[in-house]
Design a protein around this ligand. Sequence first.
Ligand code: ATP
Ligand code: MG
Length: 629
Amino acid sequence: MREVFPEMALWHRGPPLYVGEVKFERKIPTRILLLRLLKYITPYKREVTLTLIAIIASSISNMISPYILGREIIAKYILRADLAGLQIVILVFLGFLVLGWIANMVRTYLVGKIGENMLFQMRSELFNHLQTLSFSFFDRWNIGDIVSRVTNDTDSIGEAFTEGVIHVLSDIMSLTLVIGMMLAVNVQLTLASMVTIPLLIVSTLIFQSKFRTVFRVTREKISQVTSKLEESLSGIREIKSFNKERDFIEDFQKVNLETMQANIRAAKIQGAFFPTVQVIQAIGSGIVMIYGGILAFNGALGSIEDAVGTLVTFLLYVQTFFRPIQELTNFYAIIQSALAAAERIFELLDIQPEVKDSENAIEMPPIKGEITFENVTFGYDPNHPVVNNISFKINPKETIALVGPTGAGKSTIVKLLCRFYDPQQGSIKIDGYDIRMFTQKSLRKQMGIILQETLLFSGTIKDNIRYGKPDATDEEVINAAKAVGAHEFIMNLPNGYETKVGEKGLGLSFGQKQLIAFARAILKDPAILIMDEATSSIDPYTDLLIRKAMRTLLKDRTAIIIAHRLSTVRDADRILVINNGRIVEEGSHEELIKRKGLYYRLYQMQFKDVESLSKPVIGNEEISSISRK
Ligand SMILES: Nc1ncnc2c1ncn2[C@@H]1O[C@H](COP(=O)(O)OP(=O)(O)OP(=O)(O)O)[C@@H](O)[C@H]1O
Ligand SMILES: [Mg+2]
């Protein structure tokens, strides 16, 4: 994802930059970010030490070369025609080159190793953390943004580590050594070549303040590109159904273009910066030559050979002296970008799950399955409750249907029971115990949850059924499938239970997915079954299969079903009619029809049509024979 614009990578080193009006303002101080990042490399103390040694060795080798070249090879041997001595000193020169070569090799390998381990650790931590977060987090956060943090932002940190930090260390090292060597050779010339440093600092500061404002925004731009991509891919069916391809292409084009423009503007600034440094460097070299020349004429640099050697050495040092400064500024950009990325990563890692196990939470013992809601009030936004002071009780093994208009709060009630959210007021009890007493894991272990849309994971049909009970034997899996009537269609799949889902176009129909979800639930054999009934219309045959399967499924357990089908409400022991987050009616189908209230109106609108539709196809007797207990 980083190289969004490969053509730019050719001439634009460093991270994409964005120069906008947005103020660069970090929420977490740099010091804290660095300390937290440091934690990821502390396990690699040995490698870090070796890397530092390699950096020192390579810097020494780099710094010694100009000295040997100018003061030794040229001044002592070439200008004085000492060939025997020349051979020896060239061997020494080569020796240092080999040392530098080995040191660089070792350094690159170790840095890669540490960097990759750090990224591995960071991605795992992010992924694991995401698994612990509550529903409320996923309500608020954009999936594309999360994905971008786990991929792009970790990449950016990796790059900063392997390219940034190591170069910075090398450069600081080189700078110190260069200054040391220069001082050792000639103090006056050293001071003269430093005349340009204030100039360099001023121009660097000017350019940095321009760079600085932007990196947060760059990361957000990249994140927007990812988000758009994610949204368009996960919604591709809707997009095509509504002919919205053009809109999406335009939207994507827009963020894509914005990212590009920002990068180009930033590249312009970088483009202006480097030549500026080069001009300053040229001025530095000029000063060394003029001042060095004057010193040489005055005989202050010794014999003519020594003077030439010293001048060559110095000119080479002035070159090596500016390079680290120039690179430091370049890597400043990478590091700023990485810090912005680090902040985004830590922001995610710092989010606490809203629903947490209490400190003394216990494992939920096997339950009978009595459910009580006592004055429960809850709102996704606490100021706007969508469940209002609800109280009801469900006896063990009872089947309850929740019915109500859309947005009434049915799904919310069920999510509260699963403890996907905690209510703001009131309590939810199972067998008389507040569910907050138990660990979430043990609570959900005794619940079978069938959602409206069944999601099958990549893997075989068997794996998917086994999802709720990983240690189930093959036989148990097959029995579960048989119990809900899924066995037959599974056996007709290319590889039966071993058929891979979601690969090479094996898509399952809606009804088939539902049956798999039923098999999953019955295999788990939960004391409480929760089901958000599918609203999609299915063919009468599958409908019949599902109804039969439901019968098996509901037997011997407490069940709450958000009902959309007449057969379900008819079969339920009791119906709770929900409206605006309150229970407005309660009773059996017949009782509620007689009341001629909300249920009666819903029945007229929603269920009656379904009833008349399905009758002619499967026949009256069959329906009544199934729907009678
Ligand atoms: N994740 C959420 N974040 C914020 N508000 C939500 C969220 N989920 C639901 N709501 C709001 O809460 C209210 C109740 O929603 P809920 O999903 O419980 O309704 P429902 O009865 O299940 O409706 P439907 O029959 O359409 O599924 C609605 O006003 C809805 O807009
Ligand atoms: Mg719902």
